[in-house]
Design a protein. Structure first.
Length: 455
């Protein structure tokens, strides 16, 4: 690359910030725009990356010959800075294309799927790192082991979260890839579930070595020339699966991990929940297929600390547990809530959910209502719009009306802390904040309030 400056439009996004950090570490001048300040943009600034929050073309480096511009499709097409660089001779590429160029010519380990990919890719990168092989990793969340969404290694292994939004993952050509799920999502992009499946099959066709698909997914030899293997939480017909052995009484379940070459005995994942055992099977399948040592994989699973905002335990006492989760698709929410039910039997479960996007709420209102009916008490917030304009008739009410819970309330987010302060607490309570919008801004205040009320 002959560029000196990499300029990011939407630099505060989790995927964009990882690439910005990568090029900063490689010695490039890096700067960019984002709409709002956040803890992540403040971290970028502390690392020497210039970030501004005003859509102002004066901040764009003025030499198109030495400046490469990277943008996220989440920014509006009429953003002044984006229009400026498109009309003034800059090379302008999407984030997904940039990630594809970084991983080209390297050994790419990719994790795709409509849910589960962030935890699975982060765990995969931890396995490679903890086993001593190392990897560079571009993650869709903040690893709690390393407190970053970027790992850099001297070898040629790249672990990437392969995002289906805007067909981004079709820029990747992995050696080994996991596909966790192919559920309907992003229907504003794809139109219907058939086109989503078509995109995942196209992704599978770009894998050169092995596709490791969740057992039951429709990935066949017609779709890819790669070897196809399957994984499962506990289905013994899969190539990789877990056999549960015992629990330790604290929500952590031990299991034996069966794979085509043998069994890894007495595994445990460092974060609780059956869904994380399934993620661990998938991540381990990548490591085993690559050739990592099974005993070292076992040790890596036990030392995994998880991902911020993915089944992220904020508080855990005998009386009260508080978990924060990024889940924003009905299947994800159902998996998280059933995991909680299994880990904390006898506890009253309160879910605090902020729907993400008008289109997703419209398309999956019934699914959200069904998933949220797993809770005892629901606190439902207004829709977080992100990049979208309102859709007439689409509000959180269409979910609320269909939820079957013992207790439910629909409130504005500015009412949340007052409602939390007035909730009657029993002897065994689990609270869970759920959503991909700005509900994360309440995680600290809710944790503080619960500590103050429960001591």
């Amino acid at each position: 690359m002959t560029y000196r400056h990499i300029y990011f439009i939407g630099i505060g996004g989790i995927g964009m910030s990882a690439i910005a950090r990568y090029y900063k570490a490689k010695g490039f001048e890096v700067s960019g725009y984002d709409k709002t300040p956040s803890p992540l943009t403040h971290e970028l600034e502390a690392e020497g990356i210039g970030v501004h929050y005003e859509d102002n073309t004066d901040f764009v480096p003025k030499d198109p010959q030495t400046t490469l511009v990277v943008y996220t499709p989440a920014v509006p097409k009429d953003l002044a800075e984006l229009v400026y660089v498109q009309e003034n001779g800059y090379r302008v590429i999407k984030r997904s294309r940039m990630l594809g160029e970084i991983s080209a010519g390297q050994r790419c380990m990719a994790v795709a799927g409509t849910h589960g990919k962030t935890t699975t890719s982060t765990l995969t990168s931890h396995i490679f790192t903890a086993c001593g092989e190392g990897c560079s990793a571009f993650l869709g969340g903040i690893s709690k082991n390393y407190d970053t969404n970027l790992l850099i290694s001297g070898n040629d292994v790249v672990v990437a979260e392969a995002d289906e939004f805007d067909r981004s993952f079709l820029q990747l050509f992995p050696e080994i890839a996991v596909i966790t799920s192919m559920d309907a999502d992003h229907l504003d992009i794809y139109g219907d579930e058939a086109h989503i499946r078509e995109a995942f099959k196209a992704f599978a066709s770009q894998v050169s070595g092995t596709v490791i698909a969740k057992h039951g997914l429709d990935i066949t030899p017609k779709d890819t020339q790669a070897q196809i293997r399957t994984y499962s939480y506990d289905d013994t017909d899969a190539d990789f699966y877990a056999v549960l052995t015992d629990g330790d009484g604290n929500g952590y379940t031990h299991f034996d991990l069966h794979h085509p070459e043998g069994v890894i005995r007495d595994c445990v994942v460092g974060i609780p929940g059956w869904v994380n055992i399934e993620n661990a099977v998938a991540a381990s399948a990548i490591g085993l297929t690559y050739g990592l040592d099974p005993d070292k994989i076992r040790e890596a699973l036990a030392s995994f600390a998880g991902v911020k905002r993915r089944f992220d335990i904020q508080m855990r006492t005998e009386r009260c547990v508080y978990i924060d989760d990024y889940a924003h698709h009905p299947r994800e929410i159902a998996a998280s809530l059933t995991s909680i039910r299994g880990n904390f039997p006898g506890y009253r479960l309160t879910g605090i959910f902020q729907p993400h996007l008008y289109t997703r709420t419209r398309d999956f209102a019934d699914g959200f209502a069904e998933a949220l009916s797993h809770v005892d008490r629901l606190i439902l917030l207004d829709i977080y719009p992100a990049r979208e304009e309102p859709i007439p008739g689409v509000t959180s009410q269409i979910i609320f009306d269909k939820v079957e819970a013992q207790e439910k309330m629909l409130i504005r987010k500015d009412e949340l802390m007052e409602k939390m302060a007035g909730i009657e607490l029993g002897d065994k309570e689990v609270f869970m904040t759920i959503g991909a919008g700005d509900i994360d801004r309440f995680v600290g205040p809710i944790g503080k309030l619960l500590h103050e009320r429960l001591g």
